[in-house]
Design a binder for this molecule. Structure first.
Ligand code: CTP
Length: 400
């Protein structure tokens, strides 16, 4: 199943590095081409000679090729791979990956890689439990990376707890299932709106909201991992795009978002309206900065177009529309009303009454309503896992 697959294996400094030799052996036996990249501390745990012999390839660890006056092309390596596996992934490398630091060949390859990324952390239990490490791992999951959580057991420190790297056989199985997985949305065009919109008052002020766009971004990565071509039409925010199947279209106001959705909707098979679009905009946008004068000030607001409702009117039988609802009261009733008013096939309800759900946080707790199915409540999860649940429901809907 893995015959001919190109695997880039990153190995960090951890006692678990000896297990990466076994992983290389399994991959080579399965017919993969394996290129190992070692960090400098990794060499104290496993020798380059062992990994070079097993992988049948020279092991790389520096930017420059020894004595040849040439550099190791990390961009090429990142593009070459079908999968980048970092096993063991140390706390240090995980932190660098989460923050985009790039001070060695492995992190440079990581930042250049366009392929799916899998990591198997290994560290002592307190490091693994530390909020900084947990946050970094959540960040990496929100980029769409697959994290194989460390296992419980005796650690090199003598302590017992979570921190042991997953066994090479388990990592190998995950690689097999990832690379041989049928891509369920191959050939599908998906349009996703995400983030807030900013409605200008004058050249320096605007009306906006706290949406971070993380949910829409996680949906885009999940859809792209399933083979879909995604147009992500996103309001102000930070969007770290990890797949070349995603085209990011930046907009600022609701009118600009409308214009982009308007021109791309007819070619979309699936449209997901995850943006927190401002319902109103200032009736007049002042050309110059408004000077303060009286004790009070009134800004007249006019309604923005409802993008999802407009597209709902145009929806063809072969298209499906998914909306979001954020409610603080009568959640189920309001969500269902929105679903019918905007002609959604599915609506994802997040309630601000749930801790950990809503804007800016990395987690979300949702219930999915469908026009013809009972409601599906889900546990509190990372936004990337929530996105996977939504994508599964969309798949079921299409095939129901
Ligand atoms: N939506 C949209 N365009 C708008 C307003 C909302 O596309 N101008 C979409 C959102 O992306 C979301 C859904 O409609 O998928 C519901 O958004 P929400 O703001 O909860 O609903 P509203 O219709 O604005 O209702 P209200 O603010 O009164 O709750």
């Amino acid at each position: 199943m893995l015959e001919g697959k190109k695997i880039l294996l990153g190995v960090c400094g951890s006692i678990a590095a000896y297990k990466s030799a076994l992983l290389v052996r399994l991959l080579i036996k399965a017919g993969c081409e394996v290129q190992v990249v070692l960090t400098a501390p990794a060499k104290t745990f496993v020798t380059p000679l062992t990994l070079a012999t097993l992988s049948k390839n020279p092991v790389l660890s520096k930017f420059e090729k020894d004595d040849q006056g040439q550099w190791e092309n990390h961009v090429e390596l990142g593009l070459w791979a079908d999968l980048l596996v970092i096993a063991p992934a140390s706390a240090n490398t995980i932190s660098k990956m989460a923050h985009g630091l790039c001070d060695n060949l492995l992190t440079a390859v990581y930042l250049s890689a366009k392929c799916p990324i899998m990591l198997a952390p290994a560290m002592d239990l307190d490091m693994y439990r530390h909020p900084a490490t947990r946050k970094n791992l959540e960040t990496l999951q929100s980029f769409g990376h697959l994290v194989l959580e460390a296992e419980h057991g005796e650690l090199a420190s003598g302590l017992v707890g979570e921190g042991r790297m997953a066994e090479p056989e388990a990592i190998f199985e995950k690689i097999e299932s990832l690379l041989s997985k049928k891509k369920r949305f191959e050939g599908k065009q998906v349009l996703i709106t995400a983030g807030p919109t900013f409605e200008k008052i004058d050249p320096v002020r605007f009306i906006g909201n706290h949406s971070s766009g993380k949910m829409g971004l996680a949906l885009a990565h999940n859809m792209a991992a399933e083979g879909a071509e995604v147009k992500l039409i996103a309001g102000p925010g930070q969007y770290n795009i990890e797949s070349d199947l995603i085209s990011l279209i930046r907009i600022s106001s609701a009118d600009e978002m409308f214009a982009q959705v308007d021109s791309h909707y007819s070619t979309a098979d699936i449209a997901i309206f995850a943006a927190a679009v401002a319902d109103y905009k200032p009736a007049v946008q002042a050309k110059e900065k408004i000077k303060k004068s009286d004790q009070t000030m009134t800004i007249e607001l006019v309604k923005n177009k409802d993008i999802a409702a407009e597209m709902g009117k145009r929806k063809r039988k072969d298209q499906i529309n998914i909306g979001f609802a954020l409610e603080t009261e009568k959640e189920e009733q309001f969500a269902k009303e929105k679903m019918s008013k905007k002609n959604f096939d599915l609506i994802v309800l997040n309630s601000l009454n749930d801790n950990g759900a809503g804007f800016s946080v990395d987690t979300n707790k949702i219930t999915i309503f469908s026009v013809d199915q009972p409601p599906r409540p889900f546990e509190l999860k990372s936004k990337s896992k929530v996105a996977a649940d939504i994508v599964n429901c969309i798949h079921e809907k299409i095939h129901s």
